[in-house]
Design a protein around this ligand. Structure first.
Ligand code: NAD
Ligand code: WQD
Length: 348
């Protein structure tokens, strides 16, 4: 059985990917420093798959910690690297924390892989496109100046990967540029559980539906869109998790002499904030109390993906609907007790 290291594997996308990897027959080792997640998600992965992945609490930004992980598991063949800080607003206030955490983590992994060899799938983001001039965006659309230090860590990381993979035949790699993953595993055993007040739309919707927040603020109603609210490309996190397994299999099949590749991963449709609210209400039967407010600083107006390259090369296309994603997010939300929410809002 091939062993895969999943960094950031107790987090939102990492835990869903651990499930898909195990179901595809891989052995999973999770590393996470639990800075933005709980080890409980490993229980969820076990409930779904019947297999408990190995877990090491470690900091990917520490060279010693990462050496230790590979000493304990010398047979790791590939890494899916999710571990990163991802709060855009916080990154503006604490840029050095973001550069140190996100860039050192990647460099540490590449240093190790450069010596022993291996495959790497990296979490990049549509944030690298900024506000595109032409929609939908393809992988060769211009990369804009990053709007935040967080966004810049993704751009820099892609450059580091491209240069490193080009310089050695020991590492092969794929970066997936995610658009807006939402939803939870249909079992409701794992899902998104942000610490503190959610920044992202869907967790804010589900927590408002639950009564944790009195209302949802819709940021901006004067955008150039059919209903005036901003447009994004939302898609199911389970579809995203499956894209990682496909990318990993491609790297394993093609071997280490392949060039670094980048793929957009999204549904390929632009949807407004009000459409998301309507879809949530339709799928769950629960009404959302919302008000239209000012634009959020730093937000772009609209973005959605051209996913034809992923379809052609990976044979991957999002399968699950928006309603399914929103219903699964609600079913997951309902499993979280109020005490856990109180703990998360205190920051863990
Ligand atoms: P998440 O915060 O739930 O998961 C990231 C995990 O990494 C957390 O469990 C955190 O504790 C861990 N982590 C952070 N720094 C670490 C370190 N130095 N060492 C060990 N563990 C560390 O976030 P997510 O939404 O699952 O995102 C996963 C990846 O996908 C991130 O790289 C993120 O930037 C990227 N991404 C996410 C989105 C999104 O909308 N969620 C979109 C585009 C890209
Ligand atoms: C979606 C839409 C908000 C909350 C972020 C990161 C980006 C990438 C994806 C990682 C926007 C609106 C939100 C609320 C609202 N992540 N909204 N009320 O802005 O596309 O991007 O996640 O790489 O880098 O910036 O996602 O979920 O925050 O917002 O009206 O309470 O919902 O203004 O239009 P976004 P989001």
């Amino acid at each position: 059985m091939q062993k895969v290291l999943v960094t950031g594997g107790t987090g939102y996308i990492g835990s869903h990917t651990a499930v898909e990897l195990i179901e595809a027959g891989f052995e999973v080792v999770i590393v996470d420093n639990l800075s933005n997640s709980y080890a409980d998600s490993i229980d969820g992965v076990e409930k779904i798959t019947g297999v408990r992945p190995a877990f090491i609490k470690a900091d990917c930004a520490s060279p010693q910690d990462m050496q230790q992980v590979f000493t304990e598991h010398p047979d790791i063949q590939a890494v899916i690297h999710f571990a990163a800080l991802k709060a855009v607003g916080e990154s503006v206030e604490k840029p050095l924390e973001y550069y140190k955490n996100n860039i050192y983590s990647l460099i540490n992994l590449l240093e190790i892989l450069k010596n022993r060899g291996g495959h790497l799938v990296f979490s990049s983001s549509c944030t690298v496109y900024g506000q595109p001039d032409v929609l939908p965006v393809t992988e060769s659309s211009p990369i804009k100046k990053a709007l935040s230090p967080y966004g810049n860590t993704k751009k820099i990381a892609e450059d580091i990967l491209a240069d490193t993979i080009q310089s050695t035949n020991k590492i092969s790699g794929i970066a997936l540029r995610y658009f807006n993953p939402i939803g939870a595993h249909p079992s409701a055993h794992i899902g998104e559980f942000p610490m503190g007040k959610p920044d992202n739309l869907v967790p804010f919707i589900t927590q408002t539906a639950k009564g944790i927040w009195p209302e949802l603020k819709v940021f901006g109603s004067d955008y150039n869109s059919p209903d005036g609210t901003a447009i994004r490309d939302y898609f199911h996190v389970v579809d995203l998790a499956k894209a990682h397994v496909i990318a990993l299999k491609r790297l394993i099949e093609k071997g280490n002499k392949t060039p670094f590749e980048i793929f957009n991963v999204g549904a390929g449709n632009g949807v407004t904030v009000l459409e998301i609210i309507k879809s949530f209400e339709r799928a769950t039967g629960v009404k959302i109390n919302y008000t239209l407010t000012d634009r959020r600083p730093g937000d772009i107006e609209k973005v959605w993906a051209d996913t034809s390259y992923a379809e052609k090369e990976l044979g991957w296309k999002a399968q699950l609907s928006l309603d399914e994603a929103l219903l699964s997010a609600w079913n997951w939300e309902k499993t979280i007790d109020k005490q856990s929410h109180a703990k998360a809002q205190r920051g863990g």
